[in-house]
Design a protein around this ligand. Structure first.
Ligand code: GLA
Length: 682
């Protein structure tokens, strides 16, 4: 590799290509050396980079790799200077895809120059990026997709009169893996006597308006269908919100089940297989509500709709304990979220103790009495989940997995009273003959097939959640091995890059989801999070949070809250508890959305609903607000159609042929389109 320290030379070359400003700037640039910028020039890497967003934090003069890799990332390589086409730049920014740097120019900048590309360290990789320069809300430069190994692209953008510039690196449409991008020798040339530019944050957006999740009048929420195996314990809390005291009555309850008319909790054990529509009537001081709920009885009838609930991992990580799980169950009820259908209270990793003399797993000191805990959760009409891994150890490494104790562990979970098992993969590779590379498909499936057959033999229903990802296309075989849901992604974090990278990559997977088997795009990252460290608010903006929940609901993903439920603010409660949005996620037809149109960073996703209408999301992944259009012809409709805004609970009137709306940066408009043709129950 040719090593040169030649920002100056590159900038000179760039400037000499420019006209008419080129000559003057080239002259100015003639005094450049590797350490000093052009006359009146400011190296972008000399600005405060703390306000940069997206991807890894940019690094002045260094390519954005090295250091500790994120989980699942390629191994760390030592820090290295920005290098493009054999040229080493002593100035510039090393970034990863989806990085944004907003710069306040004060209207006094003349030109931006840089040389951009994928760093030489990844020249043989699969990375692909776009470099974009935006000025005052308009895109002024777009490199198009640049792949690893391509020559660096010279950039020179006239900034005259511009107030705000954004330097953006997109992921080239294929996700951020391998996207180690450099703005080599990036500099802003200012007018004589102008103040230095400063980095800034995007302008704060108005808070998106969402309807309140609480009402005085009783309201029957989702899910409207639930499943059970005849003969096994049945528990269902009728999801009803409204001012109490409420009283419940049910017609046509199948044999073996009984209703508590004060709590709306149905218990018992179904005597026979079959589908039964029950009619629920709820009375309260502010009115009466009536509706149908379907009870499906038969083998493999669980998860008729994607599970709704809470999991300890994104908030408590390995610090989860009995008290925190009880508090989560309490808060599901007091927040009103249980009334909106949230049911599962799931303990993730770090509950495991040692095995006793018979090899039976025990819980550790943080969980003194598992049976008492499950009884407590059940007493509220809620269900409870647990976690393990098919390997000898779980993903936290220090805890026992179920390897060679599979049947014993499943019996223990059932004996304790669990209703849901999240079954990971960690450390299973170690017990396979092939330890490197992708294990063959039968190896990937083996532990799940084994656990499925064990679960089938228990006297208790447990939802089976596969946490397999990273190896092959689990969505194509998750249902086949008996999973009720399967993770299609690595661990989510509360960044726009992570959440949107996962959510918008799901198109094509929708065909594998349906009642009883769902794609799991991982737990929600809204509210107060911490992964066992200091609790803090999600880093997603309010609009990004609406995008998160809308996308998950359209995709019929499980909605498993990852927040501290005892500290929900009003916005988060309404975000998670919006009955019209939850009705999309929980729609009994179970048809997940795919992308129906993509134009730049505007995307439309749509799914058909059981009542014959369509749920449609107009998503804006762009840097600034954009007008987005959905044509009825793209979603199988035509003519005039009524449109309802699901977040606001507002009718938007009738729209002919299409709907256009201005959607905020990283935001969404989620609507229901069409006239219901049949009942929403099936
Ligand atoms: C894996 C899973 C996470 C969590 C942890 C627990 O990383 O993907 O969801 O369960 O293990 O160790």
């Amino acid at each position: 590799m040719k090593i040169l320290r030649q920002d100056a030379a590159t900038i000179l070359a760039l400037l000499s290509m420019l006209a008419p400003a080129g000559a003057a700037l080239a002259q100015a640039g003639s005094r450049l050396d590797g350490a000093s910028p052009p006359v009146n020039g400011v190296w972008v890497d000399s600005l405060d980079l703390g306000k940069a967003m997206g991807g890894r934090p940019p690094r002045p003069g260094l390519a954005a790799f090295g250091g500790r890799p994120a989980r699942g990332d390629t191994p760390a390589v030592p820090d290295a200077p920005i290098t493009l086409g054999g040229t080493v730049y002593s100035h510039g920014l090393g970034v990863t895809a989806n990085s944004e740097l907003w710069i306040d120019l004060g209207g006094k900048a003349k030109r931006f120059v840089a040389s951009a590309g994928i760093d030489d360290a990844r020249r043989t990789g699969s990375g692909s990026v776009t470099f974009e320069v935006w000025v005052d809300g308009a895109k002024r430069f777009d490199s198009g997709v640049i792949r690893a190994g391509q020559p660096a692209t010279p950039i020179s953008v006239d900034l005259t009169g511009g107030k705000q510039m954004i330097l953006f690196v997109g992921d080239g449409g294929d996700g951020a893996a391998g996207d180690i991008a450099d703005w080599g020798g990036a500099a802003i040339v200012m007018a004589d006597g102008a103040a230095r530019p400063t980095t800034t944050s995007p302008p704060s957006e108005p808070m998106p308006v969402i309807a309140s999740s609480s009402t005085d009048a009783p309201r029957l929420n989702s899910p409207r269908v639930t499943g059970t195996t005849p003969g096994r314990p049945f528990l269902f809390r009728i999801p009803v919100s409204g001012k109490g005291p409420l009283t419940f009555a049910v017609k046509n309850l199948p044999a073996g089940l009984k209703l508590d008319s004060k709590t709306g909790i149905i218990t018992g054990a179904l005597k026979q297989a079959g589908r039964t529509a029950i009619t629920v009537t709820v009375r309260g001081p502010a009115g009466t509500a009536t509706g149908e709920i379907t009870i499906v009885g038969g083998p493999h009838s669980l998860a008729q709709t994607p599970p709704l609930g809470w999991n300890s991992w994104n908030v408590w990580g390995p610090m989860v304990d009995d008290g925190k799980v009880r508090a989560a169950a309490d808060a599901l009820v007091t927040s009103g979220l249980a009334a909106q259908g949230y049911t599962y209270v799931n303990i993730d990793d770090a509950w495991e103790g040692s095995r006793d003399a018979n090899g039976e797993i025990t819980s550790n000191e943080k969980f003194p009495d598992m049976k008492a805990l499950t009884d407590y959760v059940h007493s509220k009409g809620l269900k409870i989940g647990i976690y393990s891994s098919p390997g000898p150890r779980t993903c936290q490494q220090r805890f026992a997995g179920s390897y060679q104790h599979e049947a014993q562990d499943a019996q223990t979970w059932a004996k304790w009273g669990f209703d849901y098992i999240k079954y990971d993969w960690c450390s299973y590779s170690e017990v396979q003959a092939t330890r490197t590379g992708m294990p063959p498909l039968p190896t990937l499936q083996k532990p799940y097939r084994l656990m499925r057959s064990i679960l089938d033999g228990l006297d208790r229903d447990l939802v089976f959640s596969l946490c397999q990802y990273g190896w092959g296309d689990v969505w194509t075989w998750g249902a086949d091995v008996g999973g009720n849901l399967w993770r299609v992604t690595g661990d989510i974090t509360d960044s726009w890059t992570s959440m949107s990278g996962i959510g918008f990559a799901q198109t094509g997977h929708e065909q594998y989801a349906g009642p009883g088997h769902w794609n799991d795009t991982d737990m929600l990252v809204v509210g107060k999070l911490g992964w066992g460290r200091t609790l803090r608010d999600t880093h997603l903006t309010p609009n990004e949070q609406l995008t998160h929940i809308s996308l998950w609901a359209l995709q019929a993903a499980p909605l498993i809250i990852g927040a501290d439920l005892s500290q929900l603010d009003t916005f988060t409660t309404n975000l998670l508890g919006n009955p019209e949005v939850l009705a999309v996620d929980q729609d009994p037809l179970g048809k997940a959305a795919g992308r129906t149109r993509q134009q730049g960073r505007a995307e439309v996703w749509a799914r058909p609903l059981a009542d014959g209408t369509m749920a449609v999301g107009l998503f804006n992944r762009d840097l600034v607000a954009q007008t987005i259009t959905v044509h009825w012809s793209d979603i199988g409709l035509s003519g005039s159609q009524p449109v309802r805004d699901l977040w606001r609970h507002e009718d938007m009137g009738t729209k002919r042929d299409s709907l256009s709306a201005v959607v905020p940066r990283h935001g969404v408009l989620l609507v229901k389109v069409g006239t219901p043709k049949r009942s929403g129950n099936r």
